[in-house]
Design a protein around this ligand. Structure first.
Ligand code: IMP
Length: 428
């Protein structure tokens, strides 16, 4: 039985939530490996519409154990809200959800610092989600983070928290002129988090290992997208974690040998939210039309997403960084009625053609797209479930993307609901 990773192939918001929910019907474990509540996953199924930021999207299937791995940074208040929301709608979340004791906590000062740092960046702001994700990862790397497991020893935590807050408060007040935190208040919140979350805390690596040894099927759920990866994305306009498949091994404590499938999820066009280059961005009526039709507004922040045509240079780069065994195409239906549909197949930089994704973000910002035009299709694809039902122009578009990405397209999503899916090859 395989461990299959579901990885964002672009700049996030590719529709991974629906895909993970769909694939979870065959999974025993669904494990989230990176990011925090900067992510927003929407799942629509028989039980209704759900928006998650932390809980894995496989939570609705009764046979699953859902894991929040060590690579995730956790805002305990957000997690608690999601747990309560799910429990209130009849999901047996207590039985199904486990939280790694090695995951780091997003503390209240991380959220404030995220906002203060962004403000101080002025015109160079990254456009973060303001949820404290970056500062939490900074502390993890600086070895001054607080982990979920630390809550289990509150007496031991107190002196560490005092020392950390002494430093953070200096930073907040002296550098940013902000309001300091009281140790007592933050410590009280730690106590509340422990009361609420203790039943969920577990050494989840053992659960993962056991499942893999027993040949159970495991789904590794990515957040954000490969082009937002701290190392491989458009630095510094990236998130502070590793959405690429390497992050799945680190973020769950499993071996690369356990990962037998790597699915790159691609939207049929491009979007990006926040700052940083998007070479195929459409600042025109077509871009607006895509945004409105697809309702491209952030699940987490409500910000309008920047929209553009599919960028095959970026997609191929993402495929090479991840080694995708499969590609999954989402939101094909959004392009119904567009004539023609375009795909960026080359960049122009400094008067010359360029077919690779540059490591320099400044260079990428000066790349202009060269498009290949394909005939559009009139007949709606929304909700279709069989390849043969797709208009032949849509089939041609999918086949061309497959060729350009360089990985076989195994699933096509034609709508937000589970059944609105064309399965071409089995993934899990
Ligand atoms: P942060 O992750 O909040 O620090 O934000 C860093 C960058 O990643 C910003 O451009 C965000 O808009 C972007 N980002 C973070 N999470 C997501 C996501 O789930 N979807 C799309 N963009 C995201």
């Amino acid at each position: 039985m395989p461990a299959v990773a579901v990885v964002g192939g672009q700049w996030g918001d590719e529709g991974k939530g629906k895909i993970v929910d769909y694939l979870s019907q065959n999974a025993h474990i669904v494990a989230r490996y990176s990011g925090g509540n900067n992510a927003g996953h929407t799942v629509m199924n028989e039980a209704g519409e759900f928006k998650f930021h932390l809980v894995p999207s496989g939570i609705f299937w009764p046979q699953t154990t859902c894991i929040i791995g060590n690579g995730v940074v956790v805002d305990p208040d957000v997690l608690w809200q999601e747990i309560q929301g799910l429990a209130g709608r009849g999901v047996d979340v207590a039985a199904r959800l486990r939280l790694s004791d090695r995951a780091h906590l997003i503390m209240p000062y991380h959220i404030l610092l995220d906002q203060l740092e962004e403000r101080s960046r002025g015109r160079d702001a990254i456009g973060t989600t303001g949820k404290g994700v970056g500062p939490a990862y900074v502390d993890k790397t600086a070895r001054s983070g607080i982990r979920v497991g630390d809550l289990l020893d509150l007496e031991g935590l107190l002196p560490r928290l005092q020392a950390i807050l002494e430093y953070k408060n200096k930073l907040i007040t002296r550098v940013y002129d902000g309001t300091p935190f009281s140790v007592e208040q933050v410590f009280e919140r730690c106590r509340t988090w422990l009361e609420r979350l203790e039943p969920f805390i577990a050494p989840v690596e053992m659960t993962m290992r056991q499942a893999l040894e027993e040949q159970r099927s495991v789904l590794l759920e990515g957040a954000q997208g490969s082009l937002l990866d701290l190392d491989h994305g458009t630095y510094p306009y990236v998130t502070s974690s590793h959405p690429t498949v390497g992050g799945a091994c680190i973020g769950l404590g499993i071996s690369p040998r356990d990962v037998t499938g790597i699915c790159g999820v691609f939207k049929a066009y491009s979007t990006r939210v926040g700052g940083g280059p998007l070479p195929s961005e459409l600042n025109d009526a077509t871009g607006d039309a895509i945004r409105q039709r697809a309702w491209e507004y952030g699940t987490t922040t409500g910000r309008p997403r920047r929209c553009g045509w599919f960028d095959a240079i970026a997609a191929r780069y993402s495929a090479s960084v991840n080694g995708f065994t499969d590609a999954i195409l989402t939101r094909l239906d959004v392009l119904d009625g567009f004539h023609p549909v375009k795909v960026c197949v080359e960049y122009r930089y400094d008067g010359r053609e360029m077919r690779h994704f540059p490591s320099s973000t400044a260079q990428l910002a000066h790349c202009t797209p060269v498009y290949e035009e394909l005939p559009g299709w009139e007949r709606p694809t929304a909700g279709l479930t069989r390849w043969e039902e797709l208009p032949k122009e849509a089939q041609r578009y999918v086949a061309r993307l497959e060729e350009l990405i360089g990985s076989p397209i195994s699933l096509i999503s034609t709508g937000p609901r589970r059944h609105e899916t064309i399965a071409l090859r089995s993934v899990l």
